[in-house]
Design a protein around this ligand. Sequence first.
Ligand code: ADP
Ligand code: MG
Ligand code: MG
Length: 252
Amino acid sequence: MLEIRDLHASIHNKPILRGLSLSVKAGEVHAIMGPNGSGKSTLSQVLAGRDSYHIEGGTVTWQGQDLLAMPVEERARSGLFMAFQYPIEIPGVSNAYFLKTAVNAVRRHQGLPELDAMDFLARVKSEMKAVGMREEFLYRSVNEGFSGGEKKRNEILQMALLEPRLAILDETDSGLDIDALKVVADGVNRLRSPERSLIVITHYQRLLDYIVPDFVHVLSAGRIVRSGGRELALELEERGYGWLGEAAKPGK
Ligand code: ADP
Ligand code: MG
Ligand code: MG
């Protein structure tokens, strides 16, 4: 489904990703862990197509297509979903309008009829209930003035409505209390299916108590230095990142 080979990317001429390879098949849940500054957010930004990042080399194949050559909008329409570490605010655009437009863009791409206002409202209200968001959030500007936890819930709401083929969650757990964390994890777990893949980026193993990954990778200085099963996350929790050696130190 997603094949990243020897990806190199830089920002302001500073190399950040330095030979990252990762293969994600349908139905798999991968966790990417790593110290601060190792390039986790850069990876999600590069896959999303943020233009401040420069691709220096490597390939990314997504559902058989060259992802890096796809226009940004097309990436989202084709079923790629990103929940960013710092969700953007969109003043003047209501959450309801934003969600409906996004959902219908994906439905058009899939050859499905658009949802009308009634159908959309019924769906969004039921999903909001599931993530514990009050209805007033539909009529507020996207993420504007939302607390950290409310933004993260909103990301999960977007994801649930868009039903992506691949969702990448960048530190969706950071700054959440345990109740909000469970909401996020429940939202993710409800979406797990044999057709859908997930990449969960997290600094802490705590989220992985609730979203149990099939594979865990350690990103360090822009490349994956260790891969394993769930036990790798527990080992990191216990021993930190230091034992992975020089290669795992930030900035090296
Ligand atoms: P992580 O998400 O793993 O904490 P990031 O991908 O955010 O790491 O950052 C990786 C490295 O890239 C860090 O050294 C960071 O300072 C640098 N970096 C990220 N964004 C920028 C930017 N806009 N300008 C300069 N350096 C950046
Ligand atoms: Mg960070
Ligand atoms: Mg980050």
